[in-house]
Design a protein around this ligand. Structure first.
Ligand code: CTP
Length: 397
């Protein structure tokens, strides 16, 4: 389950700290290596001796102990995950604002590993605007939050705010690691965004693709352990770190970049809106306004998906997109077959919330057996997860 995983458990000052003893025991039982850091307040709720006995490691609480100094940077580097459970309201506020006044906060602020928190507090504190705002803030810093339980609280009140049960936290972490390693060792090529085809030095033919879907896919694959090459056309969308980014402008440049990367690729996902036609001879000077009509001759660009479909080896998996406005399913299936893809993701412009520019998308997927997978309108991040899960299902079928 958690065999060999290195877990750095931070315990803060909350009555739920008594549960951290059970949590350490379950983590160790699941095969994890556990080291515990407590805040000074936590030491009043749970004895460090209990935690050090159960974790089989000395509990750390102070930045320096007499003559020795705890290397907070190395602790964050050692861990596969830093789990703060329980997370008190006070430590949550410090995390939101970057306050560094104890060892736990120094480790948190220097941690390079993912950080997961399990908050615990009374209902009224939980509902306070500042608490909810701080939670959103720490999530925007990429920290993950295990939802609180609803039940009897230390105050005697009944409501949300209880720390999730230790067994739930262990299951949550198990699922988290399963997902995190899902694409480990895979090399994934993704195309995203539009292409621009020059008419002259100041004008181009482009389209409304924002690149959001392809970038969300690239990020989702990277987070699951894949090595991702993102070949991206001109976009203003921020590109997450950790990807091998190849920025291109034209369909021809995108084609070249994909041809170069494909031999080393396990999975290719072509989400870009590539121009089907490019100006045959772009002018090398700005075209002056003269006649009533202007004729520009266009030539067909190379179809990257089709080319990769021809080159594809047995171990390679190819996913295309189809953006359709009519006879959507028939056209998508026809593209899947004619381009020799293994899976096609259909966006219908007739669906509200789907297509270019939106933060959401609605997709239908077809595999080579023409099995259909339907999904609701979701955020592009969630759609990326659906595509990856379906892809893994099809690959392992
Ligand atoms: N595609 C590509 N290279 C092109 C054109 C399209 O790789 N020159 C890829 C897209 O990235 C997408 C799939 O082919 O994965 C389908 O793109 P789409 O524009 O929907 O279809 P086309 O084949 O261009 O056909 P049409 O525009 O006639 O619908």
């Amino acid at each position: 389950m958690l065999k060999g995983k290195k877990i750095l458990l931070g315990v803060t000052g909350s009555i739920a700290a008594y549960k951290s003893a059970v949590l350490v025991r379950l983590l160790v039982k699941a095969g994890a290596e556990v080291r515990v850091i407590t805040t000074p307040a936590a030491n009043q709720f749970v004895a460090p001796l209990t935690l050090s006995t159960l974790s089989k490691n000395q509990v750390l609480s102070e930045l320096s102990d007499n003559d020795s100094w705890s290397n907070h940077v190395m602790l964050g580097r050692w861990a596969d995950v830093m789990l703060i459970a329980p997370l008190s309201c006070n430590t949550l506020a410090k995390m939101a604002h970057g306050t560094c006044d104890n060892l736990l906060m120094a480790v948190y602020l220097s941690a390079t590993c993912p950080v997961v928190v399990a908050p615990a507090m009374d209902e009224d504190m939980w509902h306070h605007h500042s608490t909810q705002e701080n939670l959103l803030k720490i999530q925007s810093y990429q920290n993950k939050v295990i939802p609180v339980d609803t039940g009897e609280l230390a105050s005697g009140l009944f409501g949300p705010g209880r720390m999730a049960e230790p067994a739930f936290i262990v299951n949550w972490l198990t699922d988290y690691f399963k997902e995190k390693d899902q694409l480990a060792g895979k090399k994934i090529l993704i195309t995203a965004g539009p292409t621009y085809e020059s008419i002259d030095p100041v004008r181009f033919i482009g389209n409304h693709s924002s690149g959001k879907m392809g970038i969300a896919l690239a990020e989702a694959c990277y987070k699951r352990g894949a090595e991702v090459t993102l070949v991206v056309g001109p976009v203003s969308e921020p590109i997450p770190s950790g990807l091998n980014v190849v920025a291109v402008r034209t369909a021809a440049e995108m084609y070249d970049a994909c041809m170069k990367a494909f031999p080393e690729t396990d999975i290719a996902i072509l989400a870009a809106a590539v121009a089907d036609y490019a100006v045959t001879t772009p002018a090398d000077h700005k075209i002056k306004k003269k006649e009533t009509e202007l004729t520009i001759t266009l030539s067909k660009t190379k179809d990257i998906l089709k080319e990769l479909g021809t080159l594809k080896k047995n171990h390679q998996f190819l996913i295309g997109f189809a953006l359709e406005t009519n006879h959507e399913k028939e056209n998508a299936v026809q593209k899947l077959q004619s381009k020799n893809a293994d899976m096609i993701v259909l966006n219908s412009l007739n669906d509200t919330g789907a297509g270019f520019g939106h933060a959401t998308n609605k997709i239908t997927i077809f595999d080579r057996q023409l099995k259909e997978y339907d999904f609701e309108v979701k955020s592009k991040k969630e759609v990326a997860t659906d595509i990856i899960h379906t892809m893994l299902q099809v690959i392992h079928a």
